[in-house]
Design a protein around this ligand. Structure first.
Ligand SMILES: Nc1nc2c(ncn2[C@@H]2O[C@H](COP(=O)(O)OP(=O)(O)OP(=O)(O)O)[C@@H](O)[C@H]2O)c(=O)[nH]1
Ligand SMILES: [Mg+2]
Length: 437
């Protein structure tokens, strides 16, 4: 086993709190409890103990101790949980006490989750779901992350891999029985049918409009328009705080400023941008370049003007552009058609928010089927699809090569859950966690 050291960390949030949870995992977790909170409680039953310093014997706190004997623990190792009072001095003293026991060291970020993976408690897609669950800020994100942490994507991808391996067995039978042409041809045809179906399913999953990724990362809305249209004011009104500088001077905003909103459980990122015009200064021109690129990568563009009439530059105009008329308080009877808002009186803000939420919900779609959530998965699935394409379209005189295509595809799928060689992706995935997870 690579990890022989016993690790510990504060697993609850930093700072003052009612209770703080300190976790210890590894072969010396038992010794840590016996030294600091004896006697060792029965497994999985909360016990109230005085916590003492392992060297000085000084009382540090009175705490709830839970003991999880391996392998029935989160990491699969012996785990002890110290639920101490959440004062910073208490936490520091207990951590210091643990650190003074030989063989114990502070955990690296994500190290508890990594040990859980290494002991087969979680696969990689589940680990990523767990990281997302810790990061989830809205209801829809929480639901998606919980499903992934509970294995929804793993079951889908492992199911596909299982079917691929069956198809591979048929392809191999076709090779083994190549003397008996009938048998061989029939086995290979069967493999082809199965692979064609599988390829369609994977392609549909890939072509889902990125809904899982958008839900995970946030639906991106760009506020774009000429200078002084009131973009920054609208951003502040939507965010209900002064996130961006507002002024009567045209060309105030230069950098892209983003705020995160929770609209009916969906995460929405609204970006304020520099007003678009023929600018002479280099700084403003760079600002405008950023506006255009923000608009191009946005899921929805709000084109904001006082008239509500003129249309956005053709580079950014598309079906995901909504024309919004600003400063409706100045011209209450302005032209119909465009959605009219006022950041001063609040007119139209509810309708605008509903429009954004409805479009976000449209893109994210129904969430019953597990959606692709990570670029890492997308890349592997694309590899798998490419290999399946080679299998289906490649020359059948090289049956060995066609079987190899299926092996390549199965390998790509296996890497998503970590069933096959994964060393190179581990650091990337576990590095995203905070310490104590
Ligand atoms: N009456 C009225 N004035 C507004 C409204 N929104 C913005 N303004 C005013 O319009 C001016 C420009 O507002 P900003 O929000 O800075 O406009 P902007 O589009 O961000 O401008 P740039 O950053 O220069 O592109 C300011 O003087 C605001 O007070 C509104 O809804 N009603
Ligand atoms: Mg501005």
């Amino acid at each position: 086993m690579a990890n022989t050291s016993t690790i510990y960390a504060l697993s609850s949030g930093p700072g003052r709190a009612g209770v703080a949870v300190i976790r210890v995992s590894g072969s010396k977790a038992r010794e840590a409890v016996e030294l600091m909170a004896a006697p060792l409680p029965k497994p999985r039953l909360a016990a109230f103990r005085t916590v003492v310093h392992p060297i000085s014997g000084e009382s540090l706190d009175r705490a709830v101790i839970i003991w999880f004997a391996a392998p029935l623990s989160e990491t699969g190792e012996d785990v002890a949980e110290f639920q101490v009072h959440g004062g910073t001095a208490v936490v520091r003293a207990v951590l210091q006490g643990l650190g003074s026991i030989p063989g114990l060291r502070l955990a690296e970020p994500g190290e508890f989750a990594r040990r859980a993976f290494e002991h087969g408690k979680l696969d990689l897609a589940e680990v990523e779901g767990l990281a997302d669950l810790v990061d989830a800020q809205t209801e829809a994100q929480r639901r998606q992350a919980l499903a992934q942490a509970s294995g929804s994507l793993s079951r889908l991808y492992e199911g596909w891999r299982g079917r691929l391996i069956e198809a591979l067995a048929l392809a191999e039978a076709a090779i083994d029985f190549s003397d008996e042409v009938d048998v061989s041809v029939r086995a290979f045809e069967d493999a082809r049918l199965r692979v064609a179906r599988l390829r369609d399913e994977i392609a549909a999953h890939l072509n889902d409009g990125h809904r899982g990724e958008i839900l995970r990362d946030g639906f991106r809305v760009a506020l774009v328009g000429p200078p002084n249209a009131g973009k920054s004011s609208l951003l502040n009104a939507l965010a209900r705080r002064d996130a961006a500088i507002v002024s009567a001077e045209a060309g105030t905003t230069r950098d892209v400023i983003e705020v995160r909103l929770d609209l009916h459980g969906l995460p929405v990122i609204v970006a304020d941008t520099a007003g678009i015009r023929d600018a002479s200064g280099a700084v403003e021109r760079e600002g405008i370049r950023r506006s255009m690129s923000t608009a191009r990568s946005a899921d929805l563009v709000l084109w904001l003007t006082e008239s509500g009439l003129d249309s956005p530059p053709s580079e950014i105009s598309r079906e995901t552009t909504v024309v919004v008329r600003s400063k409706a308080d100045l011209a209450p009877d302005g032209p119909n058609g465009a959605l009219a808002v006022s950041s001063v009186t609040g007119t139209g803000l509810d309708r605008l928010t509903q429009e954004i939420a409805a479009r976000a919900a449209d893109v994210v779609g129904r969430l019953d089927a597990p959606a692709l959530t990570q670029q890492r998965h997308r890349a592997r699935l694309e590899q798998a699809i490419a290999a399946l394409g080679l299998f289906l379209e490649g020359p059948t005189r090289d049956l060995e090569l066609r079987a190899e295509d299926l092996r390549t595809a199965a390998h790509a799928l296996g890497r998503i859950t970590g069933r096959v060689d994964v060393e190179d992706v581990l650091d990337e995935i576990f590095g995203r966690f905070c310490i104590g997870k």
